[in-house]
Design a protein around this ligand. Structure first.
Ligand code: HEC
Ligand code: HEC
Length: 247
Protein backbone atom coordinates (compact mmCIF):
# COMPACT_ATOMS: atom_id res chain seq x y z
CA UNK A 1 0.00 0.00 0.00
CA UNK A 2 2.84 2.42 0.91
CA UNK A 3 4.58 1.76 -2.39
CA UNK A 4 1.48 2.38 -4.47
CA UNK A 5 0.71 5.57 -2.56
CA UNK A 6 4.23 6.87 -3.30
CA UNK A 7 3.72 6.04 -6.98
CA UNK A 8 0.38 7.87 -7.00
CA UNK A 9 1.95 10.95 -5.44
CA UNK A 10 4.80 10.99 -7.94
CA UNK A 11 2.37 10.70 -10.86
CA UNK A 12 0.06 13.33 -9.38
CA UNK A 13 2.91 15.80 -9.13
CA UNK A 14 3.93 15.30 -12.75
CA UNK A 15 0.58 15.02 -14.51
CA UNK A 16 1.68 16.49 -17.83
CA UNK A 17 4.57 14.10 -18.03
CA UNK A 18 2.60 11.02 -17.05
CA UNK A 19 -0.29 11.90 -19.33
CA UNK A 20 1.98 12.38 -22.32
CA UNK A 21 4.30 9.48 -21.55
CA UNK A 22 3.98 5.87 -22.62
CA UNK A 23 1.16 3.89 -21.00
CA UNK A 24 2.18 2.75 -17.52
CA UNK A 25 0.81 -0.70 -18.21
CA UNK A 26 -0.63 -2.35 -21.29
CA UNK A 27 -4.38 -2.69 -21.22
CA UNK A 28 -6.22 -5.34 -23.15
CA UNK A 29 -7.93 -3.09 -25.71
CA UNK A 30 -11.44 -3.96 -26.82
CA UNK A 31 -12.88 -2.61 -30.06
CA UNK A 32 -16.03 -0.51 -29.88
CA UNK A 33 -17.87 -2.86 -32.25
CA UNK A 34 -17.36 -5.78 -29.84
CA UNK A 35 -18.68 -3.82 -26.86
CA UNK A 36 -22.14 -4.38 -25.46
CA UNK A 37 -22.88 -1.28 -23.41
CA UNK A 38 -22.83 -1.86 -19.69
CA UNK A 39 -23.24 -5.65 -19.89
CA UNK A 40 -24.13 -6.82 -16.40
CA UNK A 41 -21.33 -9.27 -15.83
CA UNK A 42 -18.12 -9.94 -13.95
CA UNK A 43 -16.73 -8.03 -11.00
CA UNK A 44 -18.98 -5.07 -11.73
CA UNK A 45 -22.23 -6.81 -10.71
CA UNK A 46 -20.51 -8.28 -7.73
CA UNK A 47 -19.52 -4.82 -6.45
CA UNK A 48 -22.92 -3.36 -7.41
CA UNK A 49 -24.73 -6.00 -5.35
CA UNK A 50 -22.73 -5.25 -2.21
CA UNK A 51 -23.57 -2.52 0.24
CA UNK A 52 -20.61 -0.18 0.39
CA UNK A 53 -19.39 1.10 3.73
CA UNK A 54 -18.30 4.71 3.29
CA UNK A 55 -16.33 4.73 6.54
CA UNK A 56 -14.28 1.71 5.51
CA UNK A 57 -13.81 3.21 2.05
CA UNK A 58 -11.98 6.25 3.38
CA UNK A 59 -8.72 4.37 3.80
CA UNK A 60 -8.89 2.79 0.36
CA UNK A 61 -9.52 6.21 -1.13
CA UNK A 62 -6.23 7.57 0.23
CA UNK A 63 -4.28 6.46 -2.85
CA UNK A 64 -6.93 7.99 -5.16
CA UNK A 65 -6.72 11.27 -3.28
CA UNK A 66 -3.15 11.78 -4.47
CA UNK A 67 -4.57 12.68 -7.88
CA UNK A 68 -8.26 13.36 -7.25
CA UNK A 69 -7.44 15.21 -3.98
CA UNK A 70 -8.65 14.14 -0.52
CA UNK A 71 -11.80 16.24 -1.09
CA UNK A 72 -12.50 14.46 -4.39
CA UNK A 73 -12.35 17.82 -6.16
CA UNK A 74 -9.80 16.87 -8.82
CA UNK A 75 -8.04 19.75 -10.54
CA UNK A 76 -9.58 22.84 -12.11
CA UNK A 77 -7.30 22.36 -15.15
CA UNK A 78 -9.25 19.17 -15.86
CA UNK A 79 -6.31 16.74 -15.76
CA UNK A 80 -7.96 14.90 -12.85
CA UNK A 81 -11.75 14.85 -12.77
CA UNK A 82 -13.86 15.87 -9.80
CA UNK A 83 -15.29 12.70 -8.25
CA UNK A 84 -17.06 13.86 -5.06
CA UNK A 85 -20.78 13.08 -5.02
CA UNK A 86 -20.64 10.83 -8.09
CA UNK A 87 -23.11 7.91 -8.07
CA UNK A 88 -21.64 4.62 -6.81
CA UNK A 89 -23.03 2.89 -9.91
CA UNK A 90 -21.11 5.24 -12.21
CA UNK A 91 -17.90 4.93 -10.19
CA UNK A 92 -18.08 1.13 -10.19
CA UNK A 93 -18.85 0.98 -13.92
CA UNK A 94 -16.05 3.34 -14.88
CA UNK A 95 -13.54 1.57 -12.63
CA UNK A 96 -14.51 -1.84 -14.03
CA UNK A 97 -14.31 -0.51 -17.61
CA UNK A 98 -10.87 1.03 -17.00
CA UNK A 99 -9.64 -2.23 -15.50
CA UNK A 100 -11.06 -4.20 -18.42
CA UNK A 101 -9.40 -1.93 -21.00
CA UNK A 102 -12.71 -0.53 -22.26
CA UNK A 103 -11.81 3.01 -21.31
CA UNK A 104 -8.19 4.08 -21.73
CA UNK A 105 -6.66 5.70 -18.69
CA UNK A 106 -2.94 4.88 -18.63
CA UNK A 107 -2.27 7.33 -15.77
CA UNK A 108 -4.72 5.65 -13.44
CA UNK A 109 -4.59 2.09 -14.71
CA UNK A 110 -1.91 0.89 -12.24
CA UNK A 111 -4.18 1.98 -9.37
CA UNK A 112 -7.45 0.73 -10.83
CA UNK A 113 -5.70 -2.60 -11.34
CA UNK A 114 -4.97 -2.88 -7.60
CA UNK A 115 -8.59 -2.47 -6.57
CA UNK A 116 -9.53 -6.11 -7.15
CA UNK A 117 -11.71 -6.72 -4.13
CA UNK A 118 -15.42 -6.14 -4.88
CA UNK A 119 -16.20 -5.12 -1.30
CA UNK A 120 -13.35 -2.62 -1.25
CA UNK A 121 -14.48 -1.17 -4.59
CA UNK A 122 -18.01 -0.82 -3.17
CA UNK A 123 -16.63 0.83 -0.02
CA UNK A 124 -14.39 3.32 -1.85
CA UNK A 125 -17.30 4.19 -4.17
CA UNK A 126 -19.63 4.74 -1.20
CA UNK A 127 -17.04 7.01 0.38
CA UNK A 128 -16.64 9.09 -2.81
CA UNK A 129 -20.42 9.37 -3.24
CA UNK A 130 -20.75 10.65 0.35
CA UNK A 131 -18.42 13.60 -0.29
CA UNK A 132 -19.99 16.98 -0.95
CA UNK A 133 -19.40 18.53 -4.38
CA UNK A 134 -16.94 21.43 -4.20
CA UNK A 135 -18.59 24.61 -5.45
CA UNK A 136 -15.31 26.09 -6.65
CA UNK A 137 -14.01 24.31 -9.76
CA UNK A 138 -12.80 24.83 -13.31
CA UNK A 139 -15.29 26.86 -15.32
CA UNK A 140 -15.29 28.40 -18.77
CA UNK A 141 -13.36 31.64 -18.50
CA UNK A 142 -13.65 34.09 -21.32
CA UNK A 143 -15.21 37.47 -21.99
CA UNK A 144 -18.06 35.67 -23.79
CA UNK A 145 -18.85 33.30 -20.89
CA UNK A 146 -22.43 34.52 -20.49
CA UNK A 147 -23.20 33.89 -24.18
CA UNK A 148 -21.48 30.50 -24.21
CA UNK A 149 -23.45 29.39 -21.15
CA UNK A 150 -26.72 30.63 -22.63
CA UNK A 151 -26.08 28.88 -25.98
CA UNK A 152 -24.97 25.71 -24.19
CA UNK A 153 -28.12 25.69 -22.07
CA UNK A 154 -30.35 25.60 -25.16
CA UNK A 155 -28.48 22.60 -26.61
CA UNK A 156 -28.25 20.80 -23.26
CA UNK A 157 -31.95 21.15 -22.60
CA UNK A 158 -32.79 19.85 -26.04
CA UNK A 159 -30.89 16.57 -26.05
CA UNK A 160 -28.93 15.92 -22.87
CA UNK A 161 -31.34 16.75 -20.09
CA UNK A 162 -33.28 13.53 -20.56
CA UNK A 163 -30.37 11.52 -19.16
CA UNK A 164 -28.18 14.00 -17.28
CA UNK A 165 -31.15 15.93 -15.80
CA UNK A 166 -31.79 19.63 -15.17
CA UNK A 167 -29.14 20.17 -12.49
CA UNK A 168 -26.65 17.68 -13.92
CA UNK A 169 -27.59 15.10 -11.29
CA UNK A 170 -27.72 12.13 -13.70
CA UNK A 171 -29.64 8.94 -12.84
CA UNK A 172 -28.06 6.60 -10.35
CA UNK A 173 -29.75 3.35 -11.29
CA UNK A 174 -29.18 3.94 -15.01
CA UNK A 175 -25.44 4.69 -14.68
CA UNK A 176 -25.92 8.27 -15.97
CA UNK A 177 -23.19 10.38 -14.36
CA UNK A 178 -23.46 13.49 -12.23
CA UNK A 179 -22.05 16.43 -14.21
CA UNK A 180 -22.59 19.26 -11.68
CA UNK A 181 -19.32 20.54 -10.25
CA UNK A 182 -17.22 18.94 -12.97
CA UNK A 183 -14.34 20.90 -14.47
CA UNK A 184 -14.96 22.60 -17.80
CA UNK A 185 -11.79 21.25 -19.42
CA UNK A 186 -12.46 17.69 -18.34
CA UNK A 187 -16.03 17.86 -19.69
CA UNK A 188 -14.85 19.20 -23.02
CA UNK A 189 -12.18 16.50 -23.31
CA UNK A 190 -14.61 13.68 -22.46
CA UNK A 191 -17.29 14.88 -24.87
CA UNK A 192 -14.76 15.20 -27.66
CA UNK A 193 -13.46 11.69 -26.95
CA UNK A 194 -16.95 10.22 -26.77
CA UNK A 195 -17.97 11.96 -30.02
CA UNK A 196 -14.84 10.79 -31.81
CA UNK A 197 -15.17 7.18 -30.63
CA UNK A 198 -12.13 7.25 -28.33
CA UNK A 199 -14.01 6.51 -25.11
CA UNK A 200 -15.15 3.11 -26.21
CA UNK A 201 -17.33 2.31 -23.19
CA UNK A 202 -19.67 5.23 -23.84
CA UNK A 203 -23.42 4.86 -23.99
CA UNK A 204 -24.30 4.29 -27.69
CA UNK A 205 -27.40 6.51 -27.56
CA UNK A 206 -25.29 9.38 -26.30
CA UNK A 207 -22.66 8.71 -28.97
CA UNK A 208 -25.33 8.95 -31.70
CA UNK A 209 -26.60 12.24 -30.28
CA UNK A 210 -23.25 13.91 -29.73
CA UNK A 211 -21.84 12.98 -33.17
CA UNK A 212 -23.48 15.98 -34.84
CA UNK A 213 -22.01 18.63 -32.55
CA UNK A 214 -18.93 20.55 -33.70
CA UNK A 215 -16.12 21.73 -31.44
CA UNK A 216 -17.58 25.20 -30.91
CA UNK A 217 -20.90 23.71 -29.82
CA UNK A 218 -19.16 21.35 -27.39
CA UNK A 219 -17.36 24.36 -25.87
CA UNK A 220 -20.73 26.03 -25.23
CA UNK A 221 -22.29 22.86 -23.77
CA UNK A 222 -19.26 22.33 -21.51
CA UNK A 223 -19.45 25.95 -20.36
CA UNK A 224 -23.08 25.42 -19.42
CA UNK A 225 -22.53 22.04 -17.75
CA UNK A 226 -19.73 23.38 -15.57
CA UNK A 227 -22.09 26.08 -14.32
CA UNK A 228 -24.66 23.56 -13.04
CA UNK A 229 -25.39 23.38 -9.32
CA UNK A 230 -27.06 20.45 -7.55
CA UNK A 231 -29.03 21.77 -4.57
CA UNK A 232 -28.22 19.93 -1.33
CA UNK A 233 -25.16 18.12 -2.70
CA UNK A 234 -22.73 21.04 -2.88
CA UNK A 235 -20.20 21.78 -0.15
CA UNK A 236 -20.85 24.69 2.13
CA UNK A 237 -18.14 27.32 1.92
CA UNK A 238 -14.99 26.10 3.66
CA UNK A 239 -16.27 22.55 4.17
CA UNK A 240 -14.77 20.94 1.07
CA UNK A 241 -13.50 17.70 2.61
CA UNK A 242 -16.44 16.87 4.85
CA UNK A 243 -19.03 14.26 3.88
CA UNK A 244 -22.27 15.96 2.83
CA UNK A 245 -24.66 13.26 3.93
CA UNK A 246 -24.53 10.69 6.66
CA UNK A 247 -24.72 7.10 5.48
C1 HEC B 1 -2.07 8.93 -10.88
C2 HEC B 1 -3.29 9.69 -10.85
C3 HEC B 1 -4.59 8.96 -10.50
C4 HEC B 1 -4.84 8.14 -9.41
C5 HEC B 1 -3.88 7.73 -8.31
C6 HEC B 1 -6.24 7.78 -9.52
N1 HEC B 1 -6.81 8.36 -10.62
FE1 HEC B 1 -8.75 8.24 -11.17
N2 HEC B 1 -8.39 9.32 -12.86
C7 HEC B 1 -7.15 9.85 -13.19
C8 HEC B 1 -7.27 10.54 -14.48
C9 HEC B 1 -6.14 11.25 -15.24
C10 HEC B 1 -8.61 10.38 -14.89
C11 HEC B 1 -9.26 10.95 -16.16
C12 HEC B 1 -8.86 10.17 -17.38
C13 HEC B 1 -9.54 10.68 -18.62
O1 HEC B 1 -9.33 11.84 -18.98
O2 HEC B 1 -10.32 9.92 -19.21
C14 HEC B 1 -9.28 9.60 -13.84
C15 HEC B 1 -10.62 9.22 -13.91
C16 HEC B 1 -11.28 8.53 -12.90
C17 HEC B 1 -12.67 8.15 -12.95
C18 HEC B 1 -13.66 8.45 -14.05
C19 HEC B 1 -14.42 9.69 -13.68
C20 HEC B 1 -15.60 9.99 -14.55
O3 HEC B 1 -16.23 11.04 -14.32
O4 HEC B 1 -15.93 9.20 -15.45
C21 HEC B 1 -12.95 7.49 -11.78
C22 HEC B 1 -14.28 6.91 -11.35
C23 HEC B 1 -11.72 7.46 -11.01
N3 HEC B 1 -10.73 8.11 -11.72
C24 HEC B 1 -11.61 6.88 -9.75
C25 HEC B 1 -10.40 6.68 -9.10
C26 HEC B 1 -10.26 5.88 -7.90
C27 HEC B 1 -11.40 5.21 -7.17
C28 HEC B 1 -8.92 5.88 -7.59
C29 HEC B 1 -8.22 5.14 -6.47
C30 HEC B 1 -8.34 3.72 -6.47
C31 HEC B 1 -8.24 6.68 -8.61
N4 HEC B 1 -9.17 7.15 -9.50
C32 HEC B 1 -6.87 6.94 -8.62
C33 HEC B 1 -6.00 9.80 -12.43
C34 HEC B 1 -5.83 9.07 -11.26
C1 HEC C 1 -29.17 7.99 -23.24
C2 HEC C 1 -28.67 8.75 -22.13
C3 HEC C 1 -27.67 9.85 -22.43
C4 HEC C 1 -27.85 10.96 -23.24
C5 HEC C 1 -29.05 11.31 -24.09
C6 HEC C 1 -26.65 11.76 -23.08
N1 HEC C 1 -25.78 11.13 -22.23
FE1 HEC C 1 -23.96 11.86 -21.63
N2 HEC C 1 -23.56 10.09 -20.70
C7 HEC C 1 -24.44 9.03 -20.57
C8 HEC C 1 -23.75 7.93 -19.91
C9 HEC C 1 -24.35 6.59 -19.54
C10 HEC C 1 -22.42 8.37 -19.67
C11 HEC C 1 -21.28 7.60 -19.01
C12 HEC C 1 -20.43 6.97 -20.10
C13 HEC C 1 -20.59 5.49 -20.14
O1 HEC C 1 -19.85 4.78 -19.47
O2 HEC C 1 -21.48 5.02 -20.87
C14 HEC C 1 -22.34 9.74 -20.16
C15 HEC C 1 -21.22 10.55 -20.08
C16 HEC C 1 -21.18 11.89 -20.34
C17 HEC C 1 -20.09 12.78 -20.04
C18 HEC C 1 -18.80 12.39 -19.33
C19 HEC C 1 -18.99 12.47 -17.85
C20 HEC C 1 -17.80 12.00 -17.05
O3 HEC C 1 -17.88 12.10 -15.83
O4 HEC C 1 -16.81 11.56 -17.62
C21 HEC C 1 -20.46 14.02 -20.47
C22 HEC C 1 -19.66 15.29 -20.32
C23 HEC C 1 -21.76 13.90 -21.09
N3 HEC C 1 -22.18 12.59 -20.98
C24 HEC C 1 -22.46 14.93 -21.71
C25 HEC C 1 -23.61 14.74 -22.49
C26 HEC C 1 -24.17 15.74 -23.37
C27 HEC C 1 -23.60 17.11 -23.58
C28 HEC C 1 -25.28 15.19 -23.95
C29 HEC C 1 -26.21 15.82 -24.96
C30 HEC C 1 -25.61 16.27 -26.20
C31 HEC C 1 -25.42 13.84 -23.41
N4 HEC C 1 -24.38 13.61 -22.55
C32 HEC C 1 -26.45 12.98 -23.72
C33 HEC C 1 -25.76 9.03 -20.99
C34 HEC C 1 -26.35 9.97 -21.82
Amino acid sequence: MKKILALALSLALAPALSLAGPPAAKQAGIEAKDYKWNAQEGEKIEALKLKGNAKDGKEGYEVCGACHLPSGAGRPDGTFPQLAGQHTTVLIKQMADIRAGLRDNPTMYPFAKELTDAQELANVSAYIESLCIPAVHGMYEGPDAAKQIADGKVMYEKECIECHKANGEGVKDKFYPVLAGQHYKYLLRQMTEIRDGHRRNANPDMVTIIKKYDNAQLVAISAYQSSLVMPGAMCKAGAAAKPAKKK
